[in-house]
Write a protein that binds this ligand. Structure first.
Ligand SMILES: NC(=O)C1=CN([C@@H]2O[C@H](COP(=O)(O)OP(=O)(O)OC[C@H]3O[C@@H](n4cnc5c(N)ncnc54)[C@H](OP(=O)(O)O)[C@@H]3O)[C@@H](O)[C@H]2O)C=CC1
Ligand SMILES: C[C@H](CCC(=O)NCC(=O)O)[C@H]1CC[C@H]2[C@@H]3C(=O)C[C@@H]4C[C@H](O)CC[C@]4(C)[C@H]3CC[C@]12C
Length: 276
């Protein structure tokens, strides 16, 4: 257990005036997190590659009541961007309360093609940049006794087919941030790390990638976004969302992994998976 106390109940006022960075905020779950945080009157710094989308999200955040909202555009496979983002937070706010790591690079839902270069690039975007952002943020988060929120996936706990490069990057996040959490506790550093284990969520990109193969109904991105913020504020170790399907899969994986693997394979429409 943590040596420090975490709040028991979530109250939207807990975010008022807090300084929050959200990466991958131009669409999907990141965009929805930005809107929730704006309604809660937080200060926002948003990142993604597409400037035109970020401009619109920032405008909407200001309409919704954000204390302030700005963005930095760029690709997280660039080694200089993480430091640039944290420098912007330090120069504008003089500190930081919450870092939400959420962006992912493009990767298909298909058989592994043998493209090692793609794996290397995806690790840079989905994993190394998370480490670099958290490293650059830690001095400010120590000062504010703040939080790091890492958005991961059930594919980062249980490896199903057609996500080999992506799944590897999400497993890496668990390894790094769960180890770092232990070290912060040993050093009595009051910075929480929340790892978010998400199932299938109805973002445009996920539905486009998998709906022809996976017949399940995805969970709503708006609720998912709120649950991530809540788990971060409450300094939870992990969030499992949606709780029922992610919880069942994790339980089955721990007691009968081969059974789970075969259930997953038989629930997919394999004939619709395209080979690249
Ligand atoms: N949706 C789902 O079913 C699930 C999602 N998750 C996790 O939730 C998080 C959000 O996923 P979701 O909302 O579906 O994804 P989206 O594809 O909707 O959003 C991804 C975001 O990352 C940005 N992005 C893409 N490439 C880069 C890059 N190279 N550098 C910086 N930013 C980039 C995108 O903006 P732009 O293109 O403008 O750069 C966008 O803002 C991810 O961590 C994902 O792993 C986990 C499990 C299930
Ligand atoms: C459907 C997968 C897990 C099975 C399951 O739990 N179904 C029931 C339920 O969730 O209610 C999905 C779990 C994680 C998904 C993947 C993911 O992590 C995001 C990727 C985002 C990317 O833009 C493309 C799609 C994903 C590979 C996505 C695919 C579906 C999952 C494997």
């Amino acid at each position: 257990f943590y040596f420090y106390s975490a709040p028991e109940n979530f109250n939207e006022e807990m975010l008022r005036g807090k300084r929050v960075i959200v990466t991958g905020a131009s669409s999907g779950i990141g965009e929805q997190m930005a809107y929730h945080l704006a309604r809660m009157e937080a200060h926002l710094l948003l990142t993604a590659r597409t400037e035109a989308k970020l401009q619109k999200v920032v405008e909407r955040c200001l309409e919704l009541g954000a204390a302030s909202a700005r963005y930095i555009s760029g690709s997280m496979d660039s080694p200089s961007l993480p430091e640039q983002v944290l420098r912007e937070a330090e120069n504008t706010w003089g500190g930081l309360d919450m870092l939400i790591l959420n962006h992912i690079g493009q990767s298909g839902f298909t058989y592994f093609s043998g493209d090692v270069g793609h794996v290397r690039k995806l690790l840079e975007t989905n994993f190394v940049s998370y480490v670099a952002l958290a490293t650059a943020a830690l001095p400010m988060l120590k000062e504010s006794e703040g939080s790091i929120v890492v958005v991961s996936s059930i594919a980062g706990k249980i490896a199903g087919p057609f996500t080999a490069p992506y799944s590897a990057t999400k497993f890496a996040l668990d390894g790094f941030f769960s180890s770092l959490r232990q070290e912060l506790i040993i050093d009595k550093v009051n910075v929480s790390i929340t790892l978010c284990i998400l199932g299938y969520i109805n973002t445009e990109s996920a539905v486009r990638a998998v709906s022809h193969v996976i017949p399940d109904t995805p969970a709503p991105k708006e609720e998912c976004a709120l649950e991530i913020i809540r788990a971060g504020v409450l300094r939870r170790r992990e969030l499992h969302y949606p709780g029922s399907s992610v919880g069942t899969m994790l339980l089955l994986h721990s007691i009968a992994p081969e059974l789970l693997d075969s259930i997953v394979r038989s629930s997919y429409r394999l004939e619709n998976v395209q080979r690249t």
